[in-house]
Design a protein around this ligand. Structure first.
Ligand SMILES: Cc1ncc(COP(=O)(O)O)c(C=O)c1O
Length: 436
């Protein structure tokens, strides 16, 4: 391992040259822990990349995938079917709210987002409302890396690097405001009115041109931005009033992250579509899924029976091995009641994380479900440098965290114990306070 050549693999979202000079190699995982090539045990504070919600190394998932691969390794899903994809769809239907009886399978979160946006556009066309072509996202939104996702997302680097993106897109303002909402536990009180900005966007462009609004119920990748009380409800009301579809991107909030199966359940707000991936298979095999309300699905089913209703799909939609991983993952979630950990989980987590208040460099701590954002003061002219140093030192001390700019994002597997929460917090406290 020591002398392995690292040159050929162009790593994603990574400072390749910096990494390859000082690599961090994970070679094994079990329960709450990764193990590195040097044998170090590393507490997983991020559920991989917000995806291994049940933790690592479940034999039942491994066996289900192995069995599936030895029976039917791959089968096309265009004009052909295989039973396990239908079985998985049916199982998922049992855990989604009753309005969502249909699911479209994809290969990732980015594909789920592009799929949801395309369904929204095609839905309006199917109903003879073809003028609705605009998509509305939000500043600081992250919706993966497809052209649709980066267009509705609100990350300036995507615009800097990849040009003008999809046309006809506009953005709501983000809701993050430390003057009003610092150190929030659960939903912040200030900011629900920011949803009314959607009315201004509607007034500017005309409701008849807008197909859909997409938001993450809790924005994760841009630094844990939690929706203010009433905000999502208000978005729902305005969308309904103007015939605009509401899409929740639940790629990180799905599958127990907030103590409920989905953010839809946590916030009690029902979008028209919601996207998932990651925890769908516990991160074991890449897969995504888009859930649609029945009225969306049914709008496509009126034409001639021989017509393909949605001109969209992926080679790996409903991949048998991914479906096997997904069904086994649902069994694990059910066996350990991981999708219903509820308010106790949130309270315990909140108490531990907010104990960091007062630590040098920390200017905000925000928590919801089993998610935390810890925002640090930035060094002059070097945004992100302090948090990156904290990330490297934590790794060396046996704790995996994730950083974006100077914000630390935590999202451990749902099986984390109180002792492990304490280890996470103690390590962070030592390292943040001793980092210049
Ligand atoms: C909200 C959200 N949407 C979409 C994605 C993209 O998912 P993927 O990396 O599987 O394409 C992510 C990934 O972190 C995400 O957080």
């Amino acid at each position: 391992m020591q002398n392995q050549n690292l040159d050929a693999y162009w790593m994603p979202f990574t400072a390749n040259r910096q990494f390859k000079n000082n690599p961090r190699m994970l070679t094994r995982a079990e329960g709450m822990y990764y193990y590195s090539d040097s044998g170090a045990k590393i507490l997983d504070g991020t559920a991989g990349l917000w995806c291994c919600n049940a933790g690592h190394g479940y034999d039942e998932i491994t066996h289900a995938v192995t069995h599936q691969l030895s029976t039917l390794d791959y089968a096309p899903s265009f004009q052909l079917g295989h039973p396990i994809a239908f079985e998985f769809a049916d199982r998922l239907k049992q855990i989604t709210p009753p309005e969502f009886d249909h699911v479209f399978f994809t290969g990732s979160g980015s594909e789920s987002v592009d799929t949801a946006l395309k369904i929204a556009l095609a839905y309006h066309r199917a109903r003879g409302d073809a003028g609705r072509t605009r998509l509305i996202g939000r500043e600081r939104g992250y919706h993966g890396v497809g052209f649709g996702g980066i267009s509705v997302g609100g990350i300036v680097n995507n615009r800097r690097n990849f040009g003008s993106l999809l046309t006809g897109v506009d953005h709501l303002p983000h809701t993050h405001n430390l003057d009003k909402n610092a150190y929030s536990k659960g939903q912040p009180h200030w900011g629900g009115h920011l949803a009314d900005e959607l009315e201004s966007i509607v007034a500017l462009h005309g409701a008849e041109t807008i197909a859909a609004v997409i938001v993450e119920p809790v924005a994760g990748s841009t630094g844990v931005l939690i929706p203010p009380i009433g905000y999502l409800q208000r978005l729902r009301e305005i969308c309904t009033k103007h015939g605009i579809l509401l899409i929740f991107d639940e790629v990180i909030t799905g599958f127990g992250r907030l103590g409920t199966p989905f953010a839809v359940d946590y916030f009690g707000v029902t979008p028209d579509l919601f996207t998932t991936a990651k925890g769908l298979t516990n991160g074991v095999i890449p897969m995504g899924a888009v859930f649609v309300q029945n009225h969306i699905h049914d709008a496509f089913m009126g034409g001639p029976e021989e017509a393909i209703e949605l001109f969209h799909g992926y080679t790996y939609s409903g991949h048998p091995a991914a479906c096997a991983a997904g069904i086994a993952t649902l069994n694990v979630y059910e066996k350990h009641r991981l999708l219903h950990k509820g308010p106790e989980l949130e309270k315990t987590w909140e108490q531990h994380i907010h104990a960091l208040k007062g630590t040098k460099h920390i200017k905000d701590i925000r928590t919801i479900g089993l998610i935390a954002g810890i925002e640090l003061d930035s060094r002059d002219g070097k945004v992100g440098a302090r948090a990156y140093e904290v990330f490297v030192k934590c790794y060396e001390a046996g704790v995996l965290i994730r950083v974006t700019g100077d914000i630390i994002a935590l999202s451990p597997p749902l099986i984390i114990s109180e002792g492990e929460m304490k280890t996470l917090v103690d390590t962070l406290q030592d390292i943040i306070s001793s980092t210049p």
